[in-house]
Design a protein around this ligand. Structure first.
Ligand SMILES: [Ca+2]
Ligand SMILES: [Ca+2]
Ligand SMILES: [Ca+2]
Ligand SMILES: [Ca+2]
Length: 437
């Protein structure tokens, strides 16, 4: 007996420690499981929640984690019949080591219920490992909403009695609405090669946008599909980058929500290429001195410089005589950036002229100058004041009998190199005439 007592004394600390460990574990265990005391067998909907699209098949399992050996179960489940409908029930794997007696129950879709699902081990045997009681196939309808999946009348037995259980219900969310895409825009819609274009779109969803892609067709018809899901500010998704290939690009946005509902925006375009107009500068007008309507003596020369970031295509001179319509004439390309129009006939008719210069680059961008005026007096209006009168005669008379190069001054009206009475006669022929208008 003494020896027995000693053994008990020696064991006492271990007994105390083990007892403490058991109590401690029980306390911890009871806090880690929600929904019931630690000795409950857990019956749960798995997955606890899921997101599906409209008309989509999905499955739900009724999962069991026994706290003691079990050998039978029964259960019902209810759901929102406006959102989903049950298709079939099949036996789970929890008793797969045994022959079973299983009843898949009865589906009442209008009431949103499946009743009389049960299963048990045929003959002796029990199970302590977790597994599924049943697997239920559902199909979603076309309405958005969340259906609870509620376990009802759940019973689990061992060999002798129903055991205490705790249940975790679940839910399924039906997302029947596709994301919406708006404000699709590329800025600028026309950009220089290698310049930045920011393509953006507002994408929203009733639940959650899962992915947004930018699809681009290049001018050579090559295609690029870029995820822009991560490039967002608020609900605006964007892609700001450069493009080198010149030409027209088309693009659209594609978006998908978490339930695989997708949507495609309309197709828009932007342009990469030369968008900078040419520049006309240094417009200069020179003419024969003196002015002369005779093309053997008179001439005009209009020059300008035209530059472009890419390439100048053509430079035009537009001329209107006496307020009439404009006629276009092509400038000649000179050295470097210079262009000129040189003519002895362009202004050989007396009158008032207006002209301006217009330049195109190869991308059809245009620059135009302001309008310039030029007056070409007839040879008989010596002082170019618009009218032939005695003062013009006096000017010729002042130089009577002087000799020079042909047409060296306006007083040599007939350009024969000598101031003569004949020159006076030509002026007097037009005496009192005005050419100004
Ligand atoms: Ca949605
Ligand atoms: Ca240009
Ligand atoms: Ca005059
Ligand atoms: Ca003369």
């Amino acid at each position: 007996m003494k020896l027995g007592k000693l053994k008990l004394l020696l064991r006492l600390p271990f007994i105390v420690i083990f007892t403490f460990i058991i109590i401690f574990n029980a306390v911890i265990f009871s806090f880690t499981i929600t929904g019931g005391p630690s000795d409950d067998t857990m019956v749960s909907i798995s997955p606890e929640s899921q997101l599906v699209g409209p008309g989509q098949s999905f499955t739900v399992e009724v999962y069991c984690d026994p706290s003691q050996p079990i050998r039978g179960y029964e259960l019902e489940i209810s759901f929102d019949s406006s959102l989903i409908k049950a298709v079939s029930v099949s036996e789970g794997d929890i008793f797969s080591e045994f022959n079973t007696f299983f009843n898949s129950g009865t589906i009442y879709n209008s009431a949103g219920k499946i009743v009389d699902m049960y299963g048990l081990i045929l003959g002796p045997g029990n199970v302590s490992e977790p597994g599924t009681f049943v697997e239920i196939s559902f199909t979603s309808k076309s309405k958005t909403g969340t259906s609870d999946l509620t376990l009802e009348n759940v019973g689990v037995t061992n060999e002798t009695q129903y055991i205490s259980i705790s249940q975790n219900d679940g839910s399924v969310q039906v997302d029947a609405s596709s994301p919406e895409i708006s404000d699709v825009i590329a800025l600028p819609a026309s950009q220089e090669s290698s310049g930045f274009v920011n393509i953006s779109a507002t994408v929203t969803d009733n639940i959650e946008v899962e992915s947004v892609h930018l699809n681009i067709y290049y001018p050579d018809d090559s295609f690029e599909n870029l995820s822009i899901t991560a490039s967002k500010i608020g609900n605006t998704y964007f892609c700001n980058r450069t493009y080198n290939m010149a030409g027209e690009y088309s693009y659209y946005i594609w978006a998908k929500d978490g339930a695989d509902n997708d949507v495609t925006s309309s197709t828009n375009t932007f342009f990469i290429g030369d968008t900078t107009p040419p520049e006309i500068s240094n417009v200069l007008f020179s003419s024969s001195e003196p002015l002369d309507t005779d093309s053997d003596f008179g001439w005009v020369n209009i020059t300008c410089d035209v530059t472009d970031n890419m390439e100048v295509d053509a430079v035009y001179l537009f001329i209107s005589s006496q307020g009439g319509s404009y006629n276009s004439l092509l400038f000649t390309s000179g050295s470097g950036d210079s262009y000129y129009y040189n003519s002895s006939t362009l202004f050989s008719q007396p009158g008032n002229y207006s002209y301006y210069i217009l330049a195109y680059d190869v991308a059809n961008n245009m620059d135009v100058t302001s309008t310039f005026d030029f007056s070409m007096p007839p040879n008989w209006d010596i002082n170019k004041d618009g009218v032939a009168n005695v003062f013009d005669l006096v000017l010729v008379s002042n130089l009577l009998n002087e000799i020079g190069n042909t047409g060296w001054i306006r007083e040599d009206v007939d350009n024969n190199g000598e101031i003569e009475v004949l020159d006076l006669s030509i002026v007097s022929l037009y005496y009192g005439e005005s050419w100004w208008d």
